[in-house]
Design a protein. Structure first.
Length: 439
C-alpha cells in the first residue's frame, strides 16, 4: 500500500490552524483569520491545530515527487502490504532483505528525475568572483546564542577570499567589516566607516528591524540563508546509536515546550500506536529525563549528563520519531526532523509544506499526506512490520541519494562564516556607503 495522495480536502495539512501568514523576502506578516478553514477545524475538533501558522504554497510542494522518466519504478514502499507482516529489530538483516528485493540502482532510478525546487535554497556559488570587492573580511560576533564558540577561526573561502570570525573584537588588529547580532538586534543604523550590521533571526516570526545591513534567516528569500541542517547546532550530543530497534514500542517523542496543538496531535496519535514520550509534555515513562534509565548505553561520559547529551542515542532505539514543528511555515524545517535522521530513525513529520525540497528523498513520513491520525498510525504500523519497506526509508544514506539535502547542508550554520563574509565583501565591508544594497 502506498501512502495516500494528499488532497486539499482530505489531508491533515488542510486542518492546520485558522491563521495564515505570508513570507515576503524576509518579512513575516501578522496572522489573519482564514475563514475557509473554520468548518474543517470544527469537523476535526479532536485535533486542535490552532497554534500553527500556515504559509500558503502551491500544492505541488506537498504532493508526491514527480514520476521518473520512462517506466515507473516501484520499490518496497510502493508495494507495502504485499509482504506478510514480520517482526524485526535488527537493521542489518532488514538492509540485506531490501538489497535483495530492491537495491540502490532501483532506488536511485526512482528519484533520478526528481528535482527539488531550486528556489527553496540559496546557491552558495551563484555569485561570480568578480563581484567580490574585498579579499579579506573580518566578522565580530557580538550578541549571539545559536552561534557556537567553535566557529571562531580563520577561513579560506571561495575565489581566494579569506574570512576571520571572532567573538573577541578587541583581539582584532583592525576594525571589523561586520558585526553579527542574534540575541538582540542592532540598536541603531550604521554610519559610514562603521562595521556592517548583520542580524540573524531563524525563528518563524522573524522580521527585519531596519537597523541591519544584512538579514540572516532560514528562508531563501533572506539576504543570507541559514538552515537547521548543519552539525554546529548539535555538536555536544552523544552520537552513539543503537544497532537494534524496539519492536514493542514504535515511536519516540520528547518535547519540553508543551504547546497545546502539539500535545493534542501526540495524544490522538498515541491512541492508535505505541509510543514513549520523554520530556515534559505528555510524559508516559514515569517522569522527566528517564532516557538513561531505559538506555544506560547512552550515558556516553563519566561526568553528569544533560538531557541533550543522549538525545540522539535514546531516539535511535525506536523505529520512528514524532517530529512536530512549532509553526507551519515554508522552509521552516528544524532540528526536529534532522535529529531523527541523524539518529537513524524515521521521522513522522508535521511541518513545512515544502519539506521535500529540503530533506533526503524517501527519508520521512509526511503526516500531511493522510486524512486522519488514525490512518497515519495504520500506515506507520504497516511499515514497522515490513523490514523491507522500513529499510527503504534509510536507503538515501546507504545509496547516496540526497536530493535537496546536500544543498541544504551547504546553506546551514556550518558554512555561515564564508557566506556572510562573501556578502559583506560584495557590499564593501566597513567601507560600504550608507544604505547599501546588493543586487
Amino acid at each position: 500500500m502506498s501512502p495516500p495522495t494528499p488532497s486539499l480536502r482530505s489531508s491533515l495539512a488542510a486542518l492546520f490552524s485558522a491563521y495564515t501568514v505570508k513570507l515576503n523576502r524576509g518579512y513575516l506578516l501578522a496572522p489573519a483569520v482564514a475563514a475557509g478553514l473554520v468548518l474543517a477545524v470544527f469537523v476535526f475538533s479532536l485535533v486542535d491545530f490552532s497554534a500553527f501558522s500556515v504559509v500558503p504554497v502551491a500544492r505541488r510542494a506537498v504532493s508526491a515527487p514527480p514520476p521518473p522518466r520512462g517506466p515507473a519504478v516501484r520499490t518496497a514502499v510502493d508495494t507495502l502490504g504485499s509482504r506478510p507482516p514480520e517482526q524485526f529489530t535488527g537493521l542489518r538483516e532488514a538492509y540485506a532483505w531490501w538489497d535483495a528485493a530492491v537495491g540502490c540502482p532501483a532506488f536511485a532510478e526512482k528519484f533520478r528525475s526528481w528535482s527539488p525546487d531550486p528556489a527553496a535554497l540559496q546557491d552558495p556559488e551563484a555569485v561570480s568572483c568578480g563581484e567580490l570587492r574585498l579579499q579579506h573580511v573580518a566578522v565580530a560576533v557580538k550578541w549571539v546564542t545559536w552561534v557556537p564558540d567553535i566557529l571562531d577561526g580563520v577561513y579560506s573561502c571561495r575565489c581566494g577570499m579569506t574570512c576571520v570570525w571572532s567573538r573577541n573584537e578587541e583581539a582584532m588588529a583592525d576594525t571589523p567589516d561586520v558585526g553579527l547580532y542574534e540575541l538582540f538586534p542592532p540598536l541603531d543604523t550604521r554610519k559610514e566607516g562603521e562595521p556592517l550590521r548583520a542580524y540573524m533571526d531563524i525563528e518563524p516570526a522573524r522580521k527585519r528591524t531596519g537597523h541591519e545591513d544584512i538579514f540572516i534567516g532560514y528562508h531563501a528569500g533572506d539576504d543570507v540563508q541559514v538552515t537547521y541542517a548543519g552539525k554546529f547546532f548539535r555538536i555536544i550530543h552523544n552520537y552513539h546509536v543503537a544497532t537494534k530497534k524496539r519492536d514493542d514500542v514504535l515511536v519516540y517523542w520528547s518535547s519540553s515546550r508543551c504547546f497545546e496543538h502539539r500535545n493534542k496531535i501526540a495524544r490522538e496519535l498515541f491512541r492508535h500506536i505505541t509510543a514513549h514520550s520523554f520530556g515534559r509534555c505528555e510524559n508516559n515513562v514515569g517522569g522527566g529525563d528517564r532516557a538513561l534509565d531505559f538506555y544506560p548505553d547512552c550515558a556516553g561520559r563519566a561526568n553528569k549528563t544533560e538531557w541533550w547529551d543522549h538525545l540522539h542515542c535514546a531516539m535511535s532505539h525506536y523505529k520512528f520519531v514524532l517530529a512536530i514543528e512549532n509553526t507551519i511555515a515554508e522552509s521552516y524545517v528544524t532540528e526536529k526532523l534532522y535529529y531523527a535522521l541523524e539518529a537513524g530513525s524515521v521521522p513522522i513529520y508535521f511541518g513545512a509544506p515544502n519539506v521535500r525540497d529540503l530533506a533526503p528523498p524517501g527519508s520521512f513520513i509526511d503526516a500531511s499526506a493522510f486524512s486522519s491520525l488514525e490512518e497515519l498510525a495504520g500506515y506507520v504500523k504497516k511499515v514497522a512490520a515490513d523490514p523491507v519497506a522500513y529499510a527503504e526509508f534509510h536507503a538515501w544514506r546507504r545509496c547516496g541519494v540526497l536530493g535537496g539535502y546536500g544543498r541544504n547542508r551547504l546553506a546551514s550554520l556550518d558554512t555561515l562564516p564564508c557566506r556572510l563574509c562573501e556578502r559583506a565583501s560584495r557590499m564593501g565591508g566597513r567601507h560600504a556607503p550608507n544604505a547599501t544594497t546588493v543586487p
